[in-house]
Design a protein around this ligand. Structure first.
Ligand code: SF4
Length: 332
């Protein structure tokens, strides 16, 4: 049975070159664990056929850490929970430039400035609009920004100011969101994603799996991502942070993580699907398998509040897999 379901998905995606219907994805989500490697193999083939062999490498820098007024239950940067993260002010220009240079040296084509805020105030807008062209021109790297919920005017100014890609995560399905965040709505996130696209920036719209959502809700999330048409989808797995309401949540199991990496690829065949936070603790020895299950981009170095493995290990992994580092651009 699973063999037929996987073969039919292959025909749709590789021969007919069409997106899968929601019911086809639901059938794939139900294959037994023993079929996950076959699912992953198809996802890899689909990634090669729709996106090519290159892997994109990106560095992220937490330009303003902690002290966020929002209550996202997974986040150690929320000021509402007793976590270890200390609030720090905006990094100075030299620190940002140094981090961008280091990221470029690793071969990365994208550098993302991340701020733990609900949305940017005027001071933050001004600061970011100074930094973006400076980093791009001095370091020669594309600059992405992640600064929370935007108004229409702010989206326009970022687009005009040279922000190449804007990150704003949906995090989880609309039907699950109210259990994870109460200080802003899923719709506010969705609207910001829409504005980013409307003003011509690339949308990077990530998910965080492992927050108690059901299989149906993960499938719902894939459908909602299709609506916002992201260029890139970072896949994060919950790495439960002490002090947060999700501190005792169990980790996604490695094979389950591979299953969902493959399903996100099969549901979103043309996106840049990026390995992001939580992959080391979640996948353990299966990290390399993720690269042949549909992933085609990596965040290297440290994540915002947790340490990633060393960039050298990741670059070695890509070399061992004979996967070239390249710049990906969206083709829809
Ligand atoms: S996820 Fe973002 S908005 Fe939510 S608490 Fe953390 S930094 Fe604030």
């Amino acid at each position: 049975m699973s063999r037929q379901v996987i073969a039919a998905a292959g025909t749709a995606l590789l021969d007919e070159r069409r997106q899968l219907k929601p019911e086809e994805l639901a059938d794939l989500a139900a294959v037994p664990d023993t079929s996950v490697p076959s699912l992953a193999a198809l996802a890899h083939e689909v990634r090669l056929a729709w996106c090519g062999p290159e892997v994109e490498v990106e560095g992220i820098l937490s330009a303003k850490t902690g002290g966020c007024p929002e209550d996202c239950h997974f986040c150690s940067q929320s000021a509402q929970f007793p976590t270890q993260v200390q609030a720090t002010p905006f990094l100075d220009t030299d620190e940002v430039l140094r981090a961008a240079e280091e990221t470029a040296r690793l071969g990365a084509s994208e550098f993302c400035l991340v701020l733990a805020i609900r949305g940017p105030d005027e001071r933050t807008m001004t600061r970011l609009l100074e930094l973006v062209p400076l980093v791009r021109d001095r370091v020669g790297i594309n600059v992405a920004v992640s600064a929370g919920i935007l108004s229409e005017d702010q989206a326009r100014r970022f687009a005009e100011g040279g922000v190449h890609r804007y990150n704003h995560n949906l995090e989880t399905a609309r039907s699950h969101f109210g259990r994870i965040v109460t200080t802003h709505s899923w719709e506010e996130r969705f609207d910001t994603c829409r504005l980013v696209r409307e003003y011509g920036m690339e949308l990077c719209c990530g998910v965080l799996l492992g927050m108690g959502e059901s299989v149906e809700q993960r499938l719902e999330l894939i459908g909602q991502l299709r609506e916002v048409e992201p260029a890139e989808v970072p896949i994060n797995f919950l790495n439960p942070r002490p002090g947060t309401p999700l501190a005792d949540q169990r980790l996604v199991e490695p094979l389950e993580a591979i299953r969902w990496i493959a399903l996100f690829r099969l549901g979103l065949p043309s996106v840049i699907l990026r390995y992001a936070g939580g992959r080391e603790v979640t996948l353990r020895d299966l990290q390399t398998m993720g690269m042949t299950s549909g992933i085609n981009a990596l965040i290297v170095g440290n994540y915002l509040t947790t340490l990633g493995r060393s960039p050298d290990e990741d670059l070695q992994m890509l070399d061992d897999l004979r996967m070239p580092i390249g710049v990906l651009s969206k083709v829809l």
